[in-house]
Design a protein around this ligand. Structure first.
Ligand code: HEM
Length: 421
């Protein structure tokens, strides 16, 4: 998805806005549209050609309000626009499509497993993966960081879930097919066939993986899901499979875009990268700014539980609402100078990981991986240079880059460091 600074005056016809169209995020630019909506229609109804409709929520406070309050806005019918109007088959089985209190019963044990503290021991392993990822920079050739980054999460979720390395490339592709079935680079047949094939293969893969284990092992995240209890009972087979799918998807389709988009921002704002070189202690805040800037999860959806009013607009029971995280993270009422990429931004209360009960359970893992990656980048890279056009993913769910060819000018001694890694 293009990241632009909208120019005033904004000449946007609100009735013509189509935030559903995946092509908008591949070749268009949603930023002027989001800004116009925040100014003129912060709760905006869009009707699709087939009559289905949803409300777009574009302001930060409203986004938080909708994501936080499951008593008014349910996740139980599904949370992605691609299934607008159909009930999610994972309802009540997969954490992301389950409301409290059942949601909390599933989430609490997993949260311990995925906490910052319990993941700390995985840092050396993740650092090794980071070195492997950055190794191609050593020879100064053009390197597609978006393509390379796509495989990065699988290297830590694959080991966390105990999945054989030979399966990782296919799993990476399947997760992208699931979130961008309209993107020709990932299509296997029509959009519908691509989506169906990715779901079928992923569910079958995890179902077999769960069957293969007898429940006596306690080595990885899948073993943990098999053995854990939610509300005093073990999860059923389909619940385990849905949550494996969700954990893999959650990690694979978002983290790479935070990496590529942050590097793209360094190329476009070289002064901010120099700031980071001078003060590597800014890496954690640069990571947060990269997350706000990229907002890789573009939207999440909820349904209204009852008739209600939101910012003076009447919403009927059963209406769908899409919260646009990329817009909320550029809201001028929440972020001073929101279109400035500022590696030292404080405070930075972005909602790239969502808000409320469904706040990303993988956030500690993503933060550890991104911090280790950018710590290493700062150690070895003097400056990045763009080497070709950025190519954007065709998806209304994930705002991301498929290709970003770059080259790096290395710091003194960095080539040896990369080669020895
Ligand atoms: C930069 C990386 C990531 C971003 C931007 C991101 C974004 C998000 C967002 C916005 C939500 C909230 C969904 C909602 O409100 O309905 C979420 C939930 C979730 N994420 Fe992430 N995520 C990232 C990394 C990860 C990783 C590494 C994992 C797996 C380890 C993961 C697994 C999940 C799961 C399972 C949920 C559902 C949680 C629940 O319903 O309680 N995510 N993520």
């Amino acid at each position: 998805m293009k990241i632009s600074v909208p120019r005033e005056p904004l000449e946007v016809d609100l009735d013509a806005i189509d935030l559903f169209d995946p092509e908008l995020y591949a070749s268009g630019d949603p930023h002027p549209l989001w800004k116009a909506l925040r100014q003129r229609a912060p709760i905006h109804r869009q009707t699709l050609r087939d009559g289905r409709f949803f409300w777009s929520v574009t302001k930060y406070d409203d986004a938080n309000d909708v994501l936080r309050d499951h008593t008014r806005f349910t996740s139980q019918r599904g949370t992605l626009l691609c299934i607008l109007g159909q009930d999610d088959p994972a309802s009540g089985k997969m954490m992301a499509a389950t409301d409290p209190p059942r949601h909390g019963a599933m989430r609490e044990p997993l949260m311990k497993m995925l906490s910052h503290r319990s993941l700390n021991e995985r840092k050396p392993q993740i650092r090794r993966i980071v070195h492997r990822l950055l190794a191609p920079l050593a020879d100064g050739a053009t390197w597609d960081i978006a393509e390379a980054g796509a495989n990065f999460p699988m290297a830590f979720t694959g080991t966390l879930m105990g999945l054989p390395e030979a399966d990782w490339p296919r799993l990476t592709r399947l997760t992208t097919m699931a979130i961008a079935p309209d993107d020709s680079e990932f299509q296997e047949g029509s959009s519908r066939a691509t989506l169906a094939a990715s779901h079928h293969e992923l569910f079958e893969y995890f179902s077999d993986e769960v069957h293969r284990r007898d429940g006596s092992r306690d080595r990885d995240l899948i073993d943990f899901l098999i053995r854990m209890e939610a509300g005093g009972e073990r999860l059923r087979h389909d619940e385990i499979v849905y949550n494996c799918y969700s954990l893999l998807l959650g990690a694979n389709v978002t983290t790479p875009h935070a990496i590529a988009t942050t590097v793209q921002a360094f190329i476009e704002h070289p002064g901010e990268y120099r700031r980071l070189l001078e003060r590597p202690a800014l890496v954690p805040s640069a990571v947060e700014e990269g997350l706000r800037w990229a907002s890789p999860a573009n939207h999440f959806m909820r349904y209204a539980v009852r008739d209600l009013t939101l910012r003076g607009v009447s919403i009927q029971r059963g209406d769908a609402l899409a919260v646009w995280l990329g817009s909320a993270n550029r809201d001028e009422d929440a972020f001073p100078d929101p279109y400035r990429f500022d590696v030292g931004r404080t405070p930075n209360r972005h909602i790239a990981f969502g808000f409320g009960p469904h706040y990303c359970i993988g956030a500690p893992l993503a933060r550890i991986a991104l911090n280790l990656l950018f710590e290493e980048i700062v150690r070895v890279v003097e400056a990045f240079e763009g080497r070709g056009p950025a190519v954007h993913l065709k998806s209304n769910f994930v705002a991301g880059l498929k290709h970003l060819p770059v080259a790096a000018r290395l710091r003194a001694g960095a080539a040896e460091l990369l080669e020895s890694a």
